[in-house]
Write a protein that binds this ligand. Structure first.
Ligand code: A5P
Length: 229
C-alpha cells in the first residue's frame, strides 16, 4: 500500500472513531471519506445506530450497500457531525479547497447544516495558501457557462471545463458543469469568495472558509489534530 493511502486510512479510522451512537451524520465524498464510511459501515454492523446524510449519489450508494441508514436534510436539518476530505487545508484558519470529487455543492450544504465538520487529510494536503497545489473547483449552470468562465478569467484564473471519463463535460449530481480555476496561491480567500459569490451563473465554489471544526492529519509522524486559529 502506498504511504498516501495508508495516511488516508489512518485519518479515516480516526475520524470514524468520533462517531457516537444516535448521531445524525454527514457523509462526505472522495477517497478518504469512502474509507471512513467503510469503517462506519463495519461499526453499524456491530450495533452502532446512526442516520447518514450523504453528500453525493456515490456516497449514498456506498452507504446503502453497507447497511448505513440514510435520510435527507429536509427530514433531519441539523447534523451532529460531518466527516469529509479536502483537496487543500490552509494552515492556521483551516480554510479548505474542496471539490475535486465533484460534490462541492452538496458537501457545502451538508457542512453548513453541521454542528461539527471534521476533515480528514494526509499531510500532503496542508498548504500555506489555498490554490498552491490544486485549482479551485467552481460549479456553473450549463446555460451560458462560458460567460461565467470569462468572468472567472477576469478575476485572474486560468479556467478549464472539467471532462468526464467519456470526454464530455462532467455533470455534477445537481446537473451542473464544473470548471477548474487555477488562481495560483490565493492571498485572500475571503476577498475571492466575495467576488465569486456575486458572479451570475455560478452555483457554488470549493472555498470552505471558517467551516472546519477540526482537521485530522495523518502523516509519517502519526496522527495530528489541528484546530482553527
Ligand atoms: C469531493 O468533491 C471533494 O471535496 C473531496 O472531499 C476532496 O476532493 C478530497 O478527496 P480525496 O479524499 O479523494 O483526496
Amino acid at each position: 500500500m502506498d504511504p498516501q493511502h495508508q495516511f488516508k486510512q489512518a485519518a479515516a479510522e480516526s475520524a470514524a472513531g468520533l462517531v457516537e451512537d444516535g448521531m445524525i451524520l454527514g457523509l462526505g465524498t472522495g477517497s478518504t471519506a469512502k474509507l471512513a464510511i467503510d469503517v462506519i459501515g463495519q461499526r453499524v454492523k456491530n450495533g452502532l445506530s446512526v442516520i447518514g446524510i450523504p453528500t453525493s449519489e456515490g456516497t449514498g450508494q456506498q452507504a446503502r450497500s453497507l447497511g448505513i441508514p440514510l435520510s435527507t436534510l429536509d427530514k433531519h436539518p441539523a447534523i451532529d457531525l460531518t466527516i469529509d476530505g479536502a483537496d487543500e487545508v490552509e494552515l492556521g484558519p483551516l480554510n479548505l479547497n474542496k471539490g475535486r470529487g465533484g460534490a462541492l455543492l452538496r458537501e457545502k450544504i451538508v457542512a453548513s447544516a453541521s454542528r461539527k465538520l471534521v476533515i480528514m487529510v494526509d499531510e500532503s494536503k496542508l498548504v500555506e495558501r489555498l490554490g498552491s497545489h490544486f485549482p479551485l473547483s467552481v460549479e456553473l449552470i450549463p446555460f451560458g457557462w462560458s460567460v461565467a468562465a470569462r468572468k472567472l478569467e477576469a478575476l485572474g484564473a486560468k479556467v478549464a471545463l472539467r471532462s468526464g471519463s467519456d470526454g464530455k463535460p462532467y455533470v455534477s449530481d445537481g446537473g451542473h458543469y464544473i470548471v477548474d480555476c487555477a488562481f495560483g496561491p490565493i492571498a485572500s480567500p475571503a476577498k475571492l469568495e466575495f467576488e465569486l459569490n456575486s458572479l451570475v451563473g455560478l452555483v457554488e465554489h470549493g472555498l470552505f472558509l471558517g467551516m472546519a471544526s477540526q482537521v485530522i492529519v495523518a502523516g509519517s509522524d502519526g496522527i495530528r489534530v489541528l484546530l482553527p486559529r
